[in-house]
Design a protein around this ligand. Structure first.
Ligand code: GLA
Length: 386
């Protein structure tokens, strides 16, 4: 730190993994607003995130998605913000966010155009990276539309190199939808990579481009070994509080994203959310699981059509265990803790996170009921003395 204070350029030498030692947390405009965004919406969102406690709970990135730019570059080939929707310019928006202790995220695309038809970065990578740095951008989500003829690892490495050359630490969010298995090549290129196509605000509906969170969750099974401190699988942004999700489904969705060490990028209208949705997003025990310093992603232990058990190893010898009912009716869960073979200690204290109560310890069997699409999220702590 002393070295960096004396020699500010030493930021260039920082390993990219230091940019996101735990999964990034913030908000993104896409899931609710698509391209209907403007500076007033973003500023109101930031203001709401202060008053509702989200910023102080850790949601520090405020990220513009597709639709922020003018339809054309300027005469010098530079990106510019849409002059009608962002009349004060993109830098002014970044300044507003920084003045309120947020970080500023933006969106672009490796292809010639973004998915919504705005200018893409292809053949402008270095120029655009410099523009972002000059605007104070802290996070870039980089999409994959109109990328015909490009090789994904090369295209993402090109922008990664361009970002690093600016000297500004910018988190690089690879949004290639999992097509070329970025978990195999993206560690060191970016700090997070999408593992799938888009999520939608349902439990398990399949649309042309998007699928419900449960399907996206299952598509991440087996990828847990590729994530770790500074490099994260990204099962897409949160739909908590959106669309047709029931409260149980929002709660389960959030529980699983925390269990997966997923980036927690809220995608709802946080200016107008119900208190019970806010309470999901800012739950400190859930966020502590997501942000656990061990950086180990969770995994599915067992599953049938009515019962699933997932687990995540945490620091301090703790475990998070998530019991999930994927069926349509309430089911009983009844099992012996000692059958969960990953548990190495003989006894753990068990806390029910959503209900904020200690239930028993692992020398007892677990017996409980879980309603449709709901979870019991349990935190186990080694306990020799009980
Ligand atoms: C792709 C991405 C989405 C969103 C849209 C914007 O579909 O996967 O997350 O950024 O583009 O057009």
């Amino acid at each position: 730190i002393l070295f960096c204070t004396v020699f500010p350029m030493c930021v260039l030498a920082q390993a990219p993994s230091l940019l996101a030692p735990t999964p990034p947390m913030g908000w993104n405009s896409w899931n609710t607003f698509q391209t209907h965004i403007d500076e007033k919406l973003i500023e109101q969102t930031a203001d709401a995130m202060i008053s509702n406690g989200m910023r102080d709970a850790g949601y520090v990135y405020v990220n513009l998605d597709d639709g922020w730019s003018a339809k054309e570059r300027d005469a010098g080939g530079n990106l510019v913000g849409d002059p009608v929707r962002f009349p004060h310019g993109i830098k002014a928006l970044g300044d507003y966010l920084h003045a309120h202790a947020f970080k500023f995220g933006i969106y672009s695309c490796a292809g010639t155009q973004t998915c919504a038809g705005y200018p893409g970065a292809r053949d402008h990578e270095a120029q655009d990276a410099q523009t972002y740095a000059s605007w104070g951008v802290d996070y870039l989500k980089y999409d994959w539309c109109h990328s015909q003829g490009l090789n994904a690892p090369n295209a993402y490495k090109k922008m990664s190199t361009a970002l690093r050359a600016t000297g500004r630490p910018i988190v690089f969010s690879i949004c290639e939808w999992g097509t070329s298995k970025p978990w195999l090549w993206a560690n060191g290129v970016g700090q997070l990579w999408r593992t799938t196509g888009d999520i939608n605000a349902t439990y398990d509906t399949i649309n042309q481009w998007s699928q419900g969170w449960k399907l996206r969750l299952d598509q991440n099974i087996g990828l847990e070994k590729y994530a770790g401190a500074g490099h994260w699988n990204d099962p897409d942004m949160l739909e908590v509080g959106n669309g047709s999700l029931t409260l149980a489904e929002s709660r389960s969705h959030f529980s699983f994203w925390c269990l997966l060490a997923a980036p927690l990028i809220a995608g709802n209208d946080v200016r107008n959310m119900k208190p019970e949705i806010r309470n999901i997003l800012v739950n400190p025990d859930l966020i502590a699981i997501d942000q656990d310093s061990l950086g180990k992603e969770g995994f599915r232990v067992v599953a049938d059509s009515k019962h699933e058990i997932w687990a995540r190893q945490l620091s301090g010898g703790d475990w998070a265990v998530c019991l999930f009912n994927p069926g349509r009716t309430t089911v009983a869960f009844h099992f012996k803790w000692k059958d969960l073979l990953f548990l190495k200690e003989t006894k753990y204290a068990v806390r029910d996170i959503w209900n904020q109560r200690n239930i028993d310890n692992t020398s007892e069997n677990f017996v409980g009921e879980i309603t449709s699409h709901n979870v019991a999220l349990l935190r186990l702590h080694p306990s020799v003395g009980i």
